[in-house]
Structure formats: structure tokens, C-alpha cells
Design a protein around this ligand. Sequence first.
Ligand code: SF4
Length: 621
Amino acid sequence: MIAPKKQALDPRFVRLDASTVCQLKCPSCPTATGATGQKLGVGSLKFEDFKKFIHRNPQVSHVELSNWGEVFLNPDLVKILAYAYRRNVCLYVANGANMNHVRGDVPEALVKYKLRRITCSIDGAGQETYARYRIQGDFNRVVENIKAINRWKAKYHSPYPQLKWQFVAFGHNEHEIARAREMAEALDMSFFLKLSWGDLYDLPDFSPVRNKELVGKETGLGVSSRKEYLAKYGRDYVEHTCCWDLWNAPQINYDGRMLGCPINYWGDYGNVFDDGLDACLNGEKMEYARDMLMGKRAAKEGIPCTTCKVYDRVKKDRSWITEKDVEKVYRPGRRYILFENKILGERGAIRLVAFISRMKESFRQIRNTLKRGRWDIRLRADASVLSDQSHPLSLPLPLDEDKKWKPYFLFRGPTKAIRDFSCHVSVLVNGCSPHPPHAHKEEEILIMLSGEADLLLPLYPGDNGQGRLPLKPGECVYYPPEYPHTLQAVGSAPANYLMLRWYAPNPKQDSDGHGFGKYNLYDSLARDEGKEEFSTRTLFEGPSQCLTRLQCHTSVLPRGAGYAPHADAYDVAIVVLEGEVETLGKRLASHSVIFYPAGQRHGMFNPGNVPAKYVVFEFQK
Ligand code: SF4
């Protein structure tokens, strides 16, 4: 038995491999060579084991089912899906599935029990190319299975499972990337071009990319292999992404063996089904591995990472994992999933959480006011800080005909560095202002989302000397503290706009910081139009009165491109302007608002078929 330690990790997300069996013979896969089978066994997760695991670990609310084998070969899959749904646990097949054999009752069960996502591995746009790597695979059968899922999605009016077409780039299939992209779109799938990773397991370099320029462009990374990725970005394609799972998303074999990460198949950290998740995860051996990856302890025989190529690289470059890298990631618990799946739907659940946050905030303010006898925002030292979050927005915002102006708060609270940070969107009727010109100690950014307005700025002479400045969609302004301002909607449609507002005391007052400024986000994005790789363009950067650095830039993320999870040392707010991004486990369309607090790991991916364009604000204290 492995003894648990104090301050134990208890992630809500685990990876529990539904199967190590696979019917294909892909040349770069250790499952196909038999290497994983020798170590892990060849078998499938049993329903009874899954049931016990879910019962014994009530904190687990998200389970990834795919890794070494083909999920759809698990004979108990429908029972697993139904039970997870009943117990309010979200399931994913996001690592990958070949989908060559999907039993008749499975497509409906995937939709009915709301499996969240499937990544389908299809490295070609036709049978001949596909079967060069997916040996023994049947391209047409895969497409038929996807169509069957889509039929059930239409019948249940469900967005789940979201489907992703993952295409590993090789020399023999690179000419079919564009065609595969089109087919993915027709099948309502996102498309992701992945670099081959055979070299990770010392397998022969199968069909290396020939047209490096094309693949570099299509991945959006500017590289065509993992070696080039390492040379360009100074880190391994999977470095830190997989090791991070030892803290936040541990991998478990179908028979309960704790493997830690999805790369390791040659050693384990005990058996979760026998010893318990807590004991394995917080046992001495796994704690030693985590310390090794942080550079705190030397490599040791018997620890799986010791013989891993990724660890060799981390050690050589001393690119150790840091505490910040592995800070706990927020994931909703089973109660939230109950509301999302069975009561309110996804949007309703988000609104409920926003409503509860607003109520909490209102009660907190009332309590403060009563205590202090004045309306002043002073947050308790132990108040919980804002977590990472995303808010899809649907425009135009609903109007309040009586009040002519209606704000919708998205979030508000302190961050580690900023005493008070908030974001709201508002709708304003033509000819109206939300308030007379006012000034306050907070700094603000306003982005016009739709409609038009005139800024009314008593300190701004403007062309006509009236302090009026027109604001169109895609334009934004920065208000420094104590700068008098308001706005008035003009034009036939109501103005919809977004505000970011923050305050952090700056005892030094050593900088005047930014002055008032107006910026055109679409003009900035237009300068990167047509670029095939990830691009950013800074609009402004420098100290402000509350911050040591306030930065704003626009970004264009090509379709199918993304970046690996990382943590920033500052708070970040993002507003999607065009296309779609996938982050924090959600697919977010235009006008969505994303917030990453400092130190919070986050990655981003463009799952859509057009470039994703967004504006980023960085707040550094
Ligand atoms: S070093 Fe290798 S085995 Fe260890 S966690 Fe990282 S990827 Fe997994």
C-alpha cells in the first residue's frame, strides 16, 4: 500500500484509458509494434471498474477515455457513457480514435449521453493515402461513422460530441491537406494538422514531410517536424504539456495502473483500482517524479521519467517545470455538469454561474458598506481571486426599453495583483447616455462591438471643440484614472460595447502613464491580412497609473493553428473579434471574452475554418 501525504492533489480531470487494443497497424505507434501491449497488457476498461472508480472519487468530474488503444473497441462503452452521464461526469475521446469500427448503438449513445469531444485520426482525404499510414483502416467506413454521429446530433439538436479531424502530416499525404480540410468542414468537424512524433519512441521516421514550406504554413507553426519545432521554439513539441498531467490530469491504464502521463507505458506508480487514486497520485514515487521534473531531485532508477526522452530534454536544457506551470486548473464539478447537462444547457449554466457571482459580489459590497458606512470597494485579504473564465456573447444584447441602457456584468473580483478587476457589456439606445460625464480612480478600456456612439469627453477638444469623438465597431479607447467621460449612442441600431475596468493602488505614483487614446483594432488586423502564420501587432504598451505595464495587441491565429499551454506573469483579457478559438475546454466564437489570471496555464487553438482574430490586453502590476 502507498501512503498518501498531506496537501494531496485531487484533480477533477483524469485520463482513464478505455482500451489498449487497436485493430490498425500504424507504423509510428508503439501500440501497433506491440511495445505497449507487452508492458500494459492488451485489454479494455471494464464497466464495473469504471463504476467503482467514479463512485469512489466523487471529485472527478471529467474523464478522457482515449490514449493507447481504440476506444470504440471497448465492449462496455455504451454502459460507461450512460453511467458517466447519470453521475454527471463529462467524458472525452480527445486524444484520438480511428473510428473504423463503431457499433450500431454507439453513435446515438455518444450524443444522448453528451460525450463532449472526439478527435478522429484521419491522415488522408481518400482510401489510398489514408491506408498508407492507417494500415488496415477503411477511410469510407470512418466517414460513414462520422455521418452517423452527425445524424444523431441533428436528431437530438445537440452540439455534442464536437468532432475534430486530426491529420498527421507526412510526405505521402501532404498534398491532400487542403482537400481534407474541405471535407472536415463539410462534415462539421474542426481540422487540426499535427506533426509526426515517431522519433519520440525511436521508431523509424515514417514518410518524412517533403514540402516543408507547405506543412509549415498549414500548421501555422512555421515548422514541419518536431525537430524543427525544437530548433525554432527551444522546447519539445510535447514538453511540459504531457509532464503537466502528473499534477492536473493523471493517466491511468485500463486495468487501474497509474501511468502519470500519456507518454509513459514502461512503468507505473501503483494501481488506482487497488490502492485508490489519492494514494497513487500522492504516493512517494509519483511525488519523486514530480520533484525530478521540477529539478529538485536527481533521476532515479525505477521512476518512469528517468528513461524518457522528454525528461532528457528538460534536464539538458534545465527547462524545469515551475510551481506556476502546475497551479491547479479550475474545472467545474459534478454539480455544475448536472445543471449544464440536464437542467439549463450550456448557456444557461454559464448565466447561472455569472448570476451567482454577481449576487455574491453585491452581498459583499453591501456588507462592506454597512461595516464602513461608505461605498468603497475594499476586498478582504483572503478574498478569492478571479479564476480563468470565458464568456460567449450573442449580439445584439437584449435591450431594456424602459431604462435605455442595460449593463451585463461578466465578472468582477480581485486578481493576485489587481485589487478590483471587472468586465461588463452594455447595450445603449440611440440618443441615450448611461450617465453624465463622470471621472473615477479606475482605469478603463472600452471596445465598441456593434452600433455606433459618440464619446463625450469634456477634456478633449476634438475637431469641433465639443469634446465629441465618434466610435465605430472595432474601435477601442483607453481612459486613464480621473478622466471625465461618457458616451451617447448614435445611429439607428443600439450600441453594444464592452468595458474592462481595474484599480490597483500605486503608492509610488512614479509615472503619469498612458494618456487617453483611441485605437482601431480592425485596421491593426488588416495589416496582417493574408498572413499564413500566427502574427501579433502591438497597439500600445507602457506603464499606466495603476500598472507597471499595460499592453494591447491584436493577433491572427490561422485555421488549425494554436499554441501549447503556458502561464503568463500577468493577467490577460482577450476579446475574439472574428473566427473561433478553443481554450479552457470551450470553443468560443466572435465576441467571446476570455480571462486568464497571472500564472494560470492556458493554450489556444483555432478549430474553425477561417483565421481567428482577437485583441489581447495584458495587465502587469
Ligand atoms: S518526463 Fe516523460 S514520462 Fe515523465 S511525465 Fe514527462 S513525458 Fe511523461
